[in-house]
Design a protein around this ligand. Structure first.
Ligand SMILES: C[S@@+](CC[C@H](N)C(=O)[O-])C[C@H]1O[C@@H](n2cnc3c(N)ncnc32)[C@H](O)[C@@H]1O
Length: 282
């Protein structure tokens, strides 16, 4: 007699197992490592990819991903969430103005890293802030992302004007000294960042999972990226930021993110808990 096999409710379902296999295949074949990402968002992105491309079966997608580098690039770009805004969470920028800028003034040369900058609005916001505080001439902003397509967009500095209302409101709420319109030109349903703002921004690809430290930074900003990572990966990435920062350097995270996965949390002091701003003290 064959014993009835009861399904353990903690086991993964078929689709979840197939996603695990896909992640392993991506890593083994191309070195793209998404295995440390939180699964809820990742599974939604994979399901969306299947729906958008009309690929019926996970086995077919896996077959293509292993053999076709272009399919792989296309798929990987679809895995990341790229939502962003100018002066997103304005309170974060006003705390930068009051708490961080005064300390940056003492440095002859200022290095800032925006990790996971998406389409670049965050880096342009920083560039505006530095202009207004008279620090732009001695600062360089490294704006990095895993997704080369969003970086191409970032380099253009051109955005759809449906984002403009929020951008203007955020700029004012962040303590902006003039008008956002002083830094942009508009037309054809777009707004374009003043090219002067690009002068000190270096847009380049960098994968937080596999790439190395960006050294001797006075400020590292990585907002709304760690939420997509599992705890072990958060720990690795936070350690990377710790090692990238100069003593006394600042770290800005997203509103829903924290240092809790960092083994040496005491190496940072809290500058402002509401906007998740920290300073390396050890
Ligand atoms: C939701 S956006 C956040 C954009 C911006 N930091 C903000 O807060 O508005 C997350 C960004 O993280 C990037 N990202 C995801 N995984 C990454 C990785 N392993 N290395 C670098 N960037 C990554 C994505 O491509 C995406 O552009």
């Amino acid at each position: 007699m064959i014993a009835a096999v009861e399904r353990n409710s903690e086991l993964l379902d078929d689709f979840e197992i197939e996603v695990e296999c896909l992640l392993e295949a991506l890593f083994l074949r191309w070195g793209h490592d998404f295995r440390g990402y939180s699964r809820a968002s990742l599974r939604r992105r994979v399901a969306r990819y299947l729906a958008d491309t009309g690929i019926q079966r996970m086995a077919d997608l896996q077959h293509e991903l292993i053999r076709d580098p272009q399919r792989c690039q296309h798929f990987v770009r679809g895995l990341t969430v790229n939502v962003t805004d100018m002066f997103r969470d304005p309170a974060f920028y006003s705390v930068l103005r009051t708490q961080v800028i005064p300390e940056l003034r003492s440095h002859p040369f200022i290095k800032i890293w925006h990790a996971g900058c998406s389409t670049g609005e965050e880096a342009y916001s920083m560039s505006i802030l530095l202009q207004e505080e008279g620090l732009a001439e001695r600062a360089v902003i490294y704006a990095t992302d895993i997704n080369s397509r969003v970086l191409e967009h970032a380099r253009t500095g051109i955005y759809h004007d449906k984002m403009l209302v929020t951008a203007r409101e955020n700029y004012q709420a962040s303590g902006g000294k003039v008008q956002l319109d002083d830094y942009i030109s508009t037309g054809y349903e777009r707004f374009i960042m003043d090219p002067v703002l690009k002068r000190n921004i270096v847009f380049t690809t960098h994968d937080l999972v596999t790439d190395q430290v960006f050294g001797e930074m006075q400020l590292v900003i990585c907002r709304n990226v760690l939420i997509y990572f599992r705890r072990e990966l958060q720990s690795r990435v936070l350690t990377l930021f710790y090692e990238s920062l100069d003593m006394g350097g600042f770290l800005g995270l997203g509103i829903k993110e924290s240092l809790s996965a960092l083994p040496n949390q005491n190496s940072f002091r809290i500058v402002d808990s509401a906007v998740r701003l920290f300073q390396r003290i050890d």
